[in-house]
Design a protein around this ligand. Structure first.
Ligand SMILES: Nc1nc2c(c(=O)[nH]1)N[C@H]1C(S)=C(S)[C@@H](COP(=O)(O)OP(=O)(O)OC[C@H]3O[C@@H](n4cnc5c(=O)[nH]c(N)nc54)[C@H](O)[C@@H]3O)O[C@H]1N2
Ligand SMILES: Nc1nc2c(c(=O)[nH]1)N[C@H]1C(S)=C(S)[C@@H](COP(=O)(O)OP(=O)(O)OC[C@H]3O[C@@H](n4cnc5c(=O)[nH]c(N)nc54)[C@H](O)[C@@H]3O)O[C@H]1N2
Ligand SMILES: [Mo]
Length: 796
């Protein structure tokens, strides 16, 4: 693999938008244009871009081959497989740092997937970024490297501080780093001039300490990656059901009659779902995939741990019906299914669970009227689907005794994400698909502990009851006014209202919308602090003062005074369990995340009543405090050590609704008009198979048939023809924001793809250049990353 050499293109946009140092890259001088004119986050391509639609089952040998290549590339051929055997094992191993899909309840011994393995080996690499590396490369020079090249240099080894005189990062002791943070925070006019970001990898114990530190300082400025993924789901479920989470678990997946899988690329982003889909298909469950793209999980799979199937190439179907709505058309589709169910209920009482509706819900009559009043023509036009196809899905739903509806970013990252998730709940309520085995709503969360972060207090809109308990147990006086979320924090930094940014993991500079704007915002800070495992863009786009604080990864042993420590995580289905690292740390100078937080907190709050140092000696002590503050964490230390851990009770699962009415509440939002204006397209940004958010493993996207190319745009062939485009023609993409401002990408290559007319798709994080900071949903404040309004024209 090439790509680690300097001089690669940086992702950061060039020239016109921002004169910062990202744009110094003399793009294309050192190398001939690879794919397009715009830089990509990926490595140098191995060869020419190619596109051949993929017709094989997902997982299987393609995945096995990639895993072998990953071990070789990361030079972890001995340690890699050994670590994998310890992953996702009941309480003796570490939790896969990849996605939030739950572990197999039967304690399956190879409950792993290709992308989880990539993720673990990425962290386990023997390559190191040490002080000599930083002495050799200035920040200006590193800014020209690709994002792949930055992370590919390996693990960070010691704390570093930016030296403006030389433009290099130089070593700093942990204590001096903490002192700098403490001094800067104490000098602020108000604690609200600081913001504390969390990426969803952070364990529960560290999360609890992190929010405690922020609130003790006096701010609720706790933006997190949930603000960009499932904020809409949380808001919708809270409004409808009085809980911010899904209500189903894996046992429900095993018992359900019908699965509706909406807006998720499971084969790449939650690959262990493939096992559940294959199993469901084998026992005759119906599986309906709803996605503008027919993703790999919507065809066939070879179940990863079934060796006989691997040997004989025997695949299992994972779909019984695929529907391809237009981008943003899901709400209309769900409305159509509900309308069909209600129409049938006029002659067939069994179509509707009237008893459930009467007993447990409010607002049914208004919702029924709304469905009746919504004409089929509108539903067809807005969903982009023919009535007959919608009726097929309605039939599946009506014939199933138990249904689960599952979704991810294809539903949430929209202007109307909250309304759409509420519409999903409406549909479930009609047939009493809640509070019983095999039925309910099931958002698929992203990062491995993103759900646990919220549960343990990272929330810019904390509930009063939670703050009361925190105040009482921890003896602090937490602020009551809501804090800033991701978009709010970027805007506040841009204005100069927030002067300190702390990132607990993640890569904010690339993950957040409107890349040039976000970069300007970060540069405007007095101090940026990034707690990270690997070098990334957020270290190079920094404040006037900047720190890189390297931490232990999840695979690594965490030694503290009272012995080796474990941390806990919560998966997508509310299971909380322990994770214990087993590898020797990448460097002896690394600290654990809880220890880094405690160090920052003590420096910023010298008189704090919180026993920060004592907590770090033994994380059981943190858990004892958490047990007193958090709902559902009673007896935390004992229960988290049970095989498989414990499940946090979901009141809605027990048909207890903490809503104003005490019932599940139907919603009656009008259908939005999401059809693109003539000449424009709706563009969604998404992940390739070979990336983890801003971490790019290669320029390939196996299941979509793409090799050596990230600067691409998937288009309907008729939309291409209309623009005089053929495969691989370079195009310019212009997005128009709500405020009329425009953003551009040049020289992306057009790929004809099976996607509805009027729709287009390409990769994040590169396409964040097109997402205007002001284009967030009014319902959730989530950036609208799945529905950009764009024009696409041939590059002149
Ligand atoms: N390997 C790997 N795993 C990951 C991640 C990763 O980067 N790599 N990221 C993790 C994180 S943080 C998250 S949040 C999740 C993200 O998991 P996904 O939600 O699968 O993420 P995306 O790649 O953005 O894919 C969005 C899917 O929604 C579809 N879609 C787009 N617009 C619409 C629409 O309007 N309607 C419908 N019905 N579908 C639509 C797209 O075609 C695509 O299949 O994955 C997690 N798991
Ligand atoms: N256009 C567009 N933008 C998007 C999205 C989209 O679909 N479209 N998706 C959004 C979503 S859902 C999300 S979740 C965000 C992702 O946003 P983030 O969570 O901010 O980004 P990641 O790429 O997951 O972060 C990768 C970095 O995490 C650090 N890291 C890895 N492991 C650890 C660890 O154990 N501890 C610590 N402290 N650091 C670690 C490494 O340094 C690595 O460089 O992106 C969002 N941005
Ligand atoms: Mo996410």
């Amino acid at each position: 693999m090439g790509g680690s050499e300097p001089g690669r293109d940086s992702l950061a946009p060039r020239g016109d938008s921002e004169p910062g140092r990202d744009s110094l890259a003399p793009r294309g001088d050192s190398e001939p244009a690879r794919s397009g004119l715009e830089p990509s986050a990926g490595p140098a391509p191995d060869g020419e871009p190619s596109f051949h639609p993929y017709h094989h089952p997902s997982a299987g040998w393609g995945a096995a081959k990639t895993v072998g290549q990953v071990f070789v590339r990361e030079r972890t051929f001995v340690n890699g497989p050994r670590a994998i055997m310890r992953m996702n094992h009941e309480n003796v191993g570490f939790d896969c740092p990849g996605c939030a899909w739950p572990d197999d309840t039967k304690g399956l011994h190879l409950d792993i997937c290709e992308n989880g393995i990539k993720h673990v080996t990425w962290e386990m690499t023997p390559k190191r970024v040490d002080r000599s590396f930083f002495a050799e490369h200035s920040v200006t020079e590193l800014s020209d490297w690709s994002d792949f090249a930055l992370e590919d240099r390996g693990r960070l080894t010691e704390p570093m501080v930016y030296d403006p005189a030389t433009d290099h990062y130089v070593p700093i002791s942990w204590q001096r780093a903490f002192d700098l943070i403490g001094r800067t925070l104490r000098a602020l006019d108000s604690p609200d001039q600081a913001s504390f970001y969390t990426s969803g990898r952070l364990g529960n114990e560290a999360t609890f300490l992190y929010q405690l530190m922020a609130r003790e300082l006096g701010t609720n400025n706790l933006p997190d990656c949930s603000n960009m993924c499932h904020e809409a789901s949380g808001r919708a479920l809270t409004a409808s059901l009085g809980t911010g989470k899904g209500t189903v678990d894996l046992k429900d997946w095993e018992a359900t009659d019908a699965l509706f899988i909406m807006g998720v690329n499971a084969a790449s982003n939650a690959p262990r779902m493939l096992t559940a889909l294959a199993e469901a298909h084998r026992r005759g469950a119906q599986i309906v995939h709803i996605n503008p793209l027919v993703e790999a999980a919507a065809t066939r799979t070879i179940v990863p741990h079934e060796f006989a199937a691997m040997a004989t190439f025997r695949s299992t179907r994972t779909s019984t019906l695929n529907l391809q709505p237009r981008i943003g058309g899901d709400m209309a589709l769900i409305r159509g299914i509900a309308k069909a169910v209600l129409e049938q209920a006029k002659t067939d009482a069994k179509a509707l669970d009237q008893e459930f509706v009467d007993r447990h819900t409010t607002g049914f009559d208004a919702y029924r009227s709304l469905c009746e009043e919504t004409p089929w023509e509108l539903i067809e036009h807005q969903s982009g689907l023919a009535r007959d196809d919608i009726l097929k899905a309605a039939r599946v739903y009506r014939d199933a005794d138990r249904s689960i509806i599952s979704w991810c970013l294809g539903i949430s990252q929209h202007e109307h994400g909250v309304d759409t998730v509420r519409e999903i709940v409406n549909l479930l309520l009609l047939r009493g698909n809640l509070g019983r085995e095999g039925a309910g709503p099931c958002p698929v969360r992203g990062h491995s502990n993103v759900q646990g972060n919220r549960t343990c207090g990272v929330d810019h809109r904390p509930a009063e009851a939670f703050l009361d308990r925190l105040a009482e147990v921890c003896g602090i006086d937490p602020p009551r006014e809501h804090g800033l979320d991701t978009v709010g924090a970027v805007q506040a930094m841009h204005r100069g209202d927030v002067k300190v940014f702390v990132g607990m993991g993640g890569n904010f500079a690339l993950a957040a919308p409107d890349t040039p704007y976000t970069h300007a915002a970060l540069r405007n800070c007095d101090l940026t602090v990034q707690v990270s495992t690997k070098l990334n863009r957020s270290h190079l786009v920094h404040g006037k003062q900047a720190l890189i604080l390297p931490c232990l990864g999840r695979t690594e042993k965490d030694h503290q005074r009272e012995g080796v420590q474990s941390t806990s995580v919560e998966d997508s289905m509310s299971m909380v369990h322990l994770s214990v690292g087993m590898k020797r740390p990448a460097s002896k100078h690394l600290l654990s995340e809880p220890a880094i937080i405690a160090g920052m907190a003590r420096a910023a709050l010298p008189d704090s009543p919180t026993p920060w140092e004592w907590y770090i000696e033994d994380y059981d002590r943190i858990r004892d405090t958490m047990a007193q503050v958090l709902d559902g964490f009673e007896d935390f230390n004992r229960r988290v050590r049970l095989p498989l851990g414990f499940r946090i009770k979901q009141p809605a699962r027990e048909l207890v609704f903490r809503t104003p009415s005490g019932h599940a509440e139907f919603s009656t939002a009008p259908l939005p008009d999401i059809v693109p204006a003539p000449g424009t397209l709706s563009l969604g940004t998404m992940r390739s198979h070979d990336q983890w958010n801003t971490t790019i493993y290669s320029d390939n996207d196996r299941y979509r048939g793409v090799k050596n190319l990230r600067t691409l745009v998937f288009m309907n062939k008729d939309d291409m023809r209309e623009r005089g485009l053929t495969e691989f023609d370079p195009v310019d993409i212009t997005s128009t924001a709500k405020d009329g401002s425009q953003r551009h990408l040049h020289g992306y290559l057009a790929i004809p793809y099976d996607i509805p007319r009027g729709c287009a798709a390409g990769y994040m994080p590169e396409m964040n250049v097109l997402v205007a900071i002001g284009d967030y949903s009014k319902q959730s404040n989530q950036p609208i990353m799945k529905h950009l309004k764009v024009t696409i024209t041939p590059t002149p």
